[in-house]
Design a protein around this ligand. Structure first.
Ligand SMILES: [Ca+2]
Length: 382
C-alpha cells in the first residue's frame, strides 16, 4: 500500500520519538478500514459515455458525449431518450458533458457545448419518468474562448440548488486570469435556483439570496466557489453533504478539493495563482487559498483527475464512507478517507477502469464507472 511505503521511508529518516508518533497515526488510520475487495462488472457498452445521473424508478441515465442520453436497463442501454447530436460537437473537450435530475425528478438538466462552443444548460420537465421535449428551455449559457476546459458537470446540492462547474475557459495556464476573477463565471462553481426565475429570457433562473458574492460589487452573483482550472467532475457526499471537486491540473499537480456541508461558499481554490499546493508560474498564494485535501503529481501514470463520489451504497461494506476517484490516463480506482477535511487514508482498489471519464452514483448508492472507450461498469464486491 502506498501509505505504508511512504511511512517506511519517512520513518527511516526521522528520530525515534517522531517516528513512533507517525506510526501510531498511520496504524490508526489503516486499522479503521480493511481494504475493500471489489470487481468491475461491465453492465453496458455506450458510445463515448461522458456523464450520468440517478433517474426516476431507480434507473441510471447515461449521457453519451456526441449528444444522446440512454437509460440503463437490465440488459444494457435502451434507445436514446434524448438526441441533441445535431446541436453539439465533440471537437476539443466539447460535447454533452453533464446531466442531472432535480431531487423530485420533476426536471432533467443537460450541460453541453453548442455548435459555437458555448456552454449551455437546458431544462426539460419530466412526467411519469419521461422527458417532455416540448418543455425544453435554456437556463444558462456561458461563452467559451477555447475548446478545452469547459467543465460542464452539473449536480443538485443537498440544499436543492443546481451547482454548475465551469473551467477557466481553456488554452493553457489561464491566459485571461479567469480563475481569480470574480467578474466571470469561468473557473468557478456556480449555484442557482433553476426554476426560481419568472420564466422569461430576462430571468431564466434565480440566484439564492445567500450566495456568497451577491452583495459584492463586480462579482458575479452566481458564483459559489472560485479558483478552479477545470473542475471536470464534482459531487456531494450523499451521507454528509460535503462537496468534493476533482480539479484537473495544468502540468504538474492533480487535486481533490473539499468543502464541508456547512460551507457558506466563497472558497478560493487557488488557480491560477496556485496549482495544487504550489505557486503556479511565480504566483503568490492568495491569503484565502483553500488548499486541496489531496494532490498527486504526474510522476506516475496519472495526468487528469476524474472526481468521483463518496461511497454510500450497501453492497461493499468496507468501502463505506470512502471517496472513490480515478484518473483519465491512469484508470486505477483509488480511494481517500477524509475526516474533517483531512485525508486519513489513501487506498487503491486494485481495479482498472480504462480511460475513466466519469462516475455515476445510482439511486441505491452504488457507483458506476464510465470509460470513454465505451464501458459502463458497476463497482461490485469481489
Ligand atoms: Ca487548487
Amino acid at each position: 500500500m502506498k501509505v505504508r511505503t511512504r511511512s517506511s521511508a519517512i520513518i527511516g529518516a526521522l528520530v525515534l520519538a517522531a517516528s513512533l508518533t507517525l506510526t501510531a497515526t498511520l496504524t490508526t488510520a489503516s486499522a479503521d478500514e480493511a481494504q475493500a475487495q471489489v470487481v468491475l462488472t461491465e453492465v453496458a457498452r455506450a458510445q463515448g459515455p461522458s456523464a450520468g445521473a440517478a433517474g426516476p424508478d431507480g434507473k441510471v441515465w447515461i449521457a453519451e458525449r456526441a449528444g444522446t442520453v440512454r437509460v440503463l436497463g437490465d440488459y444494457g442501454l435502451g434507445e436514446p431518450v434524448l438526441d441533441i447530436s445535431a446541436e453539439t460537437t465533440t471537437d476539443g473537450e466539447r460535447g454533452l458533458l453533464g446531466v442531472a435530475f432535480d431531487p423530485e425528478f420533476a426536471h432533467f438538466y443537460i450541460s453541453y457545448t453548442d455548435l459555437e462552443g458555448t456552454s449551455t444548460i437546458d431544462e426539460f420537465a419530466v412526467q411519469d419518468g419521461e422527458l417532455q421535449p416540448d418543455t425544453r428551455r435554456t437556463v444558462l449559457t456561458q461563452e467559451q474562448p477555447y475548446p478545452n476546459h469547459n467543465g460542464g458537470d452539473i449536480k443538485f446540492g443537498p440544499d436543492g440548488y443546481l451547482y454548475i462547474a465551469f473551467g477557466d475557459g481553456g488554452s493553457g495556464g489561464d491566459p485571461h486570469g479567469n480563475g481569480q476573477n470574480l467578474d466571470t463565471l469561468l473557473g468557478k462553481i456556480l449555484r442557482i435556483d433553476p426554476t426560481g426565475g419568472d420564466g422569461t429570457d430576462a430571468a431564466p433562473y434565480a440566484i439564492p439570496s445567500d450566495n456568497p458574492f451577491v452583495a459584492e460589487e463586480g462579482a458575479k452573483d452566481e458564483i459559489w466557489a472560485y479558483g478552479l482550472r477545470n473542475p471536470w467532475r464534482f459531487s456531494f457526499d450523499a451521507g454528509t453533504g460535503d462537496l468534493l471537486i476533482g480539479d484537473v491540473g495544468q502540468s504538474e499537480w492533480e487535486e481533490i478539493d473539499w468543502a464541508p456541508a456547512s460551507s457558506k461558499g466563497g472558497e478560493n481554490y487557488g488557480w491560477s495563482s496556485m496549482e495544487g499546493n504550489h505557486p503556479f508560474r511565480g504566483g503568490t498564494e492568495p491569503a484565502n487559498h483553500v488548499p486541496p485535501v489531496h494532490e498527486y503529481d504526474r510522476s506516475g501514470l496519472g495526468c487528469s483527475v476524474t472526481g468521483g463520489f463518496v461511497y454510500r451504497g450497501e453492497a461493499i461494506a468496507d468501502l463505506a464512507g470512502s471517496y472513490v476517484y480515478s484518473d483519465y490516463c491512469d484508470g486505477t480506482l483509488r480511494t481517500l478517507d477524509i475526516e474533517n477535511g483531512e485525508v486519513t487514508g489513501e487506498g487503491d482498489l486494485g481495479v482498472q477502469g480504462g480511460e475513466v471519464i466519469s462516475f455515476v452514483e445510482a439511486g441505491d448508492g452504488e457507483l458506476y464507472v464510465l470509460a470513454i472507450g465505451g464501458a459502463v461498469s458497476r463497482i461490485d464486491p469481489a
